[in-house]
Design a protein around this ligand. Structure first.
Ligand code: MN3
Length: 210
């Protein structure tokens, strides 16, 4: 079973003017597709890994043969990071969370505005390519902001991601050039908070009683 690129749930131009159609098309069809293709290529010679999900592979990275471990880490990570990124974006971003996600953000960060400023600060200061995530810390049961380099995935640490922001230049350079803060300001406008809330509810349901 080869890994596959999931289609976008909306058109390339659906996030205009915040994220431009050309960036979306290139980012999804070329960059994300590239991670999927390279993951499949790395796994080709290892039929014993063919039935594993990408989550299994990343969670058990130390059991992946050394010859392909870096390729699986980078390309498997690139695949799941982008999948989460597309999942939590949407054309009807309404600016602020509601429901359980709003309650937990308020509980763990004091207010949405404070959370937003901490997350933006982490994304602005992140050196080089990488990602900033909002995760559920499984041992503390609290929401946390985590920055990771390259295409590293929070799945490797066993922390489910609720939200992620791509700070690789390919995510914004066509429209925003080197103005990462402008891209971040626009990115907040296209978050589908319903989808983030749904992810939180799934995590809470899966870990209930543990
Ligand atoms: Mn990217």
């Amino acid at each position: 079973m080869a890994h596959k690129l999931p289609p976008l749930r909306f058109g390339y131009d659906a996030l205009e003017p915040y994220i431009d159609a050309e960036t979306m098309e290139l980012h999804h069809d070329t960059h994300h597709q590239g991670y999927v293709d390279n993951l499949n290529k790395a796994l080709e010679a290892y039929p014993q890994l063919a039935e594993l999900t990408v989550e299994d592979l990343l969670h058990g990275l130390d059991q992946v043969p050394e010859a392909i471990r870096t390729a699986v880490r980078n390309n498997g990570g690139g695949h799941v990071n982008h999948r989460l990124f597309w999942d939590i974006l949407g054309p009807r971003g309404d600016g602020a969370p509601k429901g359980a996600i709003a309650d937990e953000i308020n509980r763990d960060f004091g207010s949405f505005e404070h959370f937003q400023s901490l997350f933006t600060d982490a994304a602005t200061r992140h050196f080089g390519s990488g990602w900033v995530f909002l995760v559920v810390n499984p041992s503390r049961h609290r929401l946390e902001i985590v920055s990771l380099p390259n295409q590293d995935s929070v799945l490797g640490q066993g922390t489910p991601g609720l939200l992620c922001c791509d700070v690789w230049e390919h995510a914004y350079y066509l429209k925003y050039r080197n103005r990462r803060p402008d891209y971040l300001g626009a990115w907040w406008k296209v978050i589908a908070w319903d989808a983030v809330d749904e992810r939180l509810r799934d995590v809470r349901a899966a870990t209930a009683g543990r």
